[in-house]
Design a protein around this ligand. Structure first.
Ligand code: CP
Ligand code: NVA
Length: 301
């Protein structure tokens, strides 16, 4: 595996291999067993959007693996002043061993991979968030033990998170159900693929989609870059919340996941968030372990 541009590029076997390595790296980290698998390697982190978890977990991850990272904000890079991504890719390929990029257009990530000669890892675009979903899958397996036949229900905006959850869930044999308002559905091509390759549904019926779910998932109503739509979205998404009513129709042992940051009393009530905080913060921790696995797979070839 050279790049991680989107989950659709990985086979189910490759996803499982990443999760297995992530589990091993988590065990080693918890037990003080060093794993300096990327000694001497340098990762560039290009951020065109804000981040807490992605930035910190990639930086700590590279340190744990014996390498180092460079935080490159687009505010400071020439890319922010219009230098072509093709040129940036060719220059950075001569200094670095890999790049993680968080940006708007998926095409920019694909262009970096096309023109660069080093591994490119997608740290979130408007289209998808593969690193997050690998950590989510790791968390689901850690708590539930398996994927096949489990029902994953996502409630809210059909955004980057939804797109990646659909691909990851279906590839590993989960039933994926999405509840979202009309006009805010996930990517149409991905929904078609999901329906053809597994058990998939998407409707405005929150309780219907959530019924018997093993995993409930939500994300913010307005993503980064949609700040000007936030007020309008509060009205559109009012019913698309994980609350006690939703929990009551899910399985009694259902877990709740959230990629974070969370907006309490919007997409999730404070009560449900706190009740399920153990899972949610384990999920956040697993970003570190899952990303280290991706780094090892990409940077060691
Ligand atoms: N979930 C996630 O990607 O968090 P950050 O935006 O803080 O990186
Ligand atoms: N959908 C959110 C995810 C943040 C991790 C966003 O793109 O802002």
């Amino acid at each position: 595996m050279k790049n991680l541009l989107k989950l659709m590029d990985l086979t189910d076997k490759e996803i499982i291999e990443i999760l297995n390595l992530a589990d091993q790296l988590k065990f080693e980290k918890k037990n003080g067993i060093p794993h300096r698998l990327l000694e001497g390697k340098v990762l560039g982190l290009i951020f065109e959007k804000s981040s807490t978890r992605t930035r910190v977990s990639f930086e700590v991850g590279m340190f744990d693996l014996g390498g180092m990272s460079l935080f490159l904000s687009s505010r400071d890079l020439q890319i922010g002043r219009g230098e072509a991504v093709q040129d940036t890719a060719r220059v950075l390929s001569r200094y670095l061993d890999g790049i993680m990029i968080r940006t708007y257009a998926q095409e920019e990530v694909e262009a970096l991979a096309k023109f660069g000669t080093i591994p490119i890892i997608n740290g979130l675009t408007d289209y998808c968030h593969p690193c997050q979903v690998l950590a989510d899958l790791m968390t689901i397996r850690e708590i539930k033990g398996n994927f096949r036949g489990r029902k994953l229900c996502y409630i809210g905006d059909g955004n980057n998170m939804t797109n990646s959850l659909i691909v990851g869930g279906i590839k590993l044999g989960m039933q994926v159900a999405v509840a979202c308002p009309k006009g805010y559905e996930p990517d149409a091509a991905l929904m078609k693929w999901a329906a053809e390759n597994g058990e998939f549904s998407c409707s405005e019926d929150v309780l219907g989609e959530a019924s018997d779910a093993d995993v409930l998932y939500t994300d913010v109503w307005a993503s980064m870059g949609q700040e000007q739509e936030a007020e309008e979205r509060k009205k559109v998404f009012k019913q698309y919340q994980i609350n006690d009513k939703v929990m009551n129709v899910a399985k009694s042992d259902a877990i709740v996941l959230h990629c974070l940051p969370a907006h309490r009393e919007e997409e999730i009530t404070s009560a449900v968030f706190e009740k399920h905080s153990r899972e949610i913060f384990e999920e956040a921790e697993n970003r570190l372990h899952a990303q280290k696995a991706v780094l090892v797979k990409c940077l060691r070839g």
